[in-house]
Design a protein around this ligand. Structure first.
Ligand SMILES: Cc1cc2nc3c(=O)[nH]c(=O)nc-3n(C[C@H](O)[C@H](O)[C@H](O)COP(=O)(O)O)c2cc1C
Length: 330
């Protein structure tokens, strides 16, 4: 029988499936159900920097149409700073008492503000690791690319100084040189990155002439971006990569592990099809490993990482040309 255990952020996971920060990880009852379903770890629903700093009205105004943050889902306007933090810390403490699997706390942050002072309260309540959930929509014409990247790096640097438990960053993919940014994050002694968060897609309702959001959940075809960057970077970096977005089947989990991910995060598949998807997916990974005579994940983890190819960008270009040349008209 295949052994699915893995190490992510230095934590021992019985399998690589982590429930991503979402409504599924927002209550003790739901967290227990995740553990009962057999997941390797959970990331608690994010607390917002604005909640910690007592500026929650600003947050709701900014995120009013959920244009950016799926995270704002279920967020209560006017929730006071003390209440938000207390509720979050209580959930964390209760989860640590009730669950045997690692519990990762998540903070949605914009800048390295005073919220960083609070991080160790999460650690004191038993968080096994901290995941920073950071996303800037680079829509300010006065702010250039390096300034955006500097924001990410200074935020991680400030958090790293405070946090003694493993620290990871959940991020998007829209950077002019993602490889360079991932490399610079390595120099900040981060323990892992989650590639990638998924944000609500904007849409326009032509009946009401209003902006809104579409497609709250990912589809099973959305994993390619994460697979590409996991494969390109997993051997280049000292920290762990956790693949996320569009992972809906055991087959996709296997692909991400082959590309070099240490773990994967799931949300949409579980919210749409229920927590029974977990055992289905671990069963698929296990059967595939048996069929290929792999007894442990490390037997094949990273086997298809692009570092093993001399020039990954040339390889990508060749694949691109091949797909264009192979494309036929219907
Ligand atoms: C309703 C909803 C709420 C979410 N809330 C959070 C959150 O609080 N923090 C966070 O980092 N990600 C949040 N996410 C993003 C998910 O954790 C996940 O990264 C994203 O949905 C992509 O994974 P998937 O394709 O498996 O859904 C949320 C997603 C959804 C659909």
């Amino acid at each position: 029988m295949a052994d699915l255990s893995t190490k992510y952020l230095g934590l021992d996971l019985k399998n690589p499936i982590i429930v991503g920060s979402s409504p599924l990880t927002a209550s003790l009852d739901s967290l227990k159900k995740c553990e009962d379903a057999g997941v390797g770890a959970v990331v608690l629903k994010s607390i917002f920097e604005e909640q910690i700093e007592g500026d929650s009205d600003a947050l709701v105004d900014e995120a009013q149409d959920f244009l950016v943050h799926a995270d704002a889902y279920g967020f209560m306007k006017g929730s006071s700073m003390e209440r938000a933090i207390d509720e979050h810390l209580t959930l964390l403490e209760d989860a640590k008492k009730a669950l045997d699997i690692p519990v990762i706390a998540s903070i949605n942050c914009r800048e390295s503000g005073s919220w960083i002072e609070y991080i160790n309260r999460f650690v004191a309540c038993g968080a096994d690791a901290i995941e920073l959930n950071h996303y800037i929509v680079a829509a300010d014409i006065a702010v250039d690319g390096p300034a955006i990247e500097k924001n990410y790096l200074s935020l991680v640097k400030a958090a790293r100084k405070k946090v003694k438990v493993p620290l990871s960053l959940k991020m998007g993919s829209s950077f002019s040189s993602l490889a360079n940014l991932l490399y610079k994050l390595d120099q900040q002694s981060i323990d892992g990155v989650v590639l990638f968060n998924r944000f609500f897609s904007p849409d326009i309702d032509t009946k009401t002439l209003q902006f809104g959001s579409a497609h709250m959940f990912s589809t099973k075809d959305e994993y390619a971006q994460s697979l590409r960057w996991t494969a390109l970077m997993s051997e280049e970096l000292r920290y762990d990569i956790c693949a996320a977005t569009g992972i809906h089947s055991g087959d996709t989990v296997i692909k991400q592990l082959l590309a070099g991910a240490k773990a994967v995060q799931l949300c949409s598949v579980l919210m749409k099809h229920g927590l029974s998807s977990v055992s289905k997916m671990t069963g698929e990974v296990s059967s595939w490993m048996d069929a290929h005579d792999f007894t442990r994940i490390e037997d094949f983890n990273g086997q298809l990482a692009q570092e093993r190819i001399a020039d990954p960008s040339k390889w990508e270009r060749t694949q691109y040309m091949r797909s264009l040349m192979g494309a036929k008209k219907d």
